[in-house]
Design a protein around this ligand. Structure first.
Ligand SMILES: Nc1ncnc2c1ncn2[C@@H]1O[C@H](COP(=O)(O)OP(=O)(O)OP(=O)(O)O)[C@@H](O)[C@H]1O
Ligand SMILES: [Mg+2]
Length: 152
């Protein structure tokens, strides 16, 4: 299942994050792709807000992983950009964190390393505008994608 959405502004990205926070089952991994500055961390910040977390949400580029204790459960935020070898994710304790998470968001994750994840690919398309591609092979997530009520 694949769906394309045009995000006209950061407010539309926030609306997408809210819809995802409502619709995604516990334990869903969201793999975030797209060039530097596409809005991956921004989407995770809005996800954290939508889950009720009010603290700071910053890029885990250097620390590789942040875990935000939201009222709905942990939101795991990973940035694999600096990881030369994806197997280093083991050393991070990533897999253990994923087990109990409400959601996990993995910037620069390789989709083949996260089978059954929701792929969100953001492509800049002019000032403030992003095209989002949502895709998943998982039948439950495919249903969620199809049913998302998103700003057109
Ligand atoms: N429609 C939009 N959706 C999301 N972010 C937007 C949008 N329009 C503008 N922006 C801005 O684009 C920037 C995106 O930066 P962000 O750090 O989220 O990117 P990133 O994809 O995480 O980059 P990196 O690969 O370096 O981690 C932010 O300054 C954000 O305010
Ligand atoms: Mg980022």
């Amino acid at each position: 299942m694949e769906r394309r959405v045009r995000l006209e502004s950061e407010a539309a990205t926030r609306a997408l994050a809210r819809a995802l926070a409502r619709g995604l089952p516990a334990g869903t991994v969201v793999v975030l792709r797209g060039p530097l500055g596409a809005g991956k961390t921004t989407l995770v910040r809005h996800l954290a807000r939508a889950l009720g977390f009010t603290g700071r949400v910053t890029s885990p580029t250097y620390t590789l992983m942040h875990v935000y204790p939201t009222p709905e459960g942990p939101l795991v935020h990973v940035d694999l950009y600096r990881l030369a070898d994806p197997r280093q994710a083991e050393a991070l304790g990533l897999w253990e964190e994923l087990a109990g998470a409400r959601l996990a968001a993995v910037e620069w994750g390789a989709p083949e390393d996260f089978p059954g994840a929701l792929l969100v690919e953001l492509t800049p398309s002019g000032e403030g505008v992003r095209e989002a591609l949502l895709a998943s092979n998982d039948p439950v997530l495919a249903g969620v994608i199809a049913g998302l009520r998103l700003p057109e």
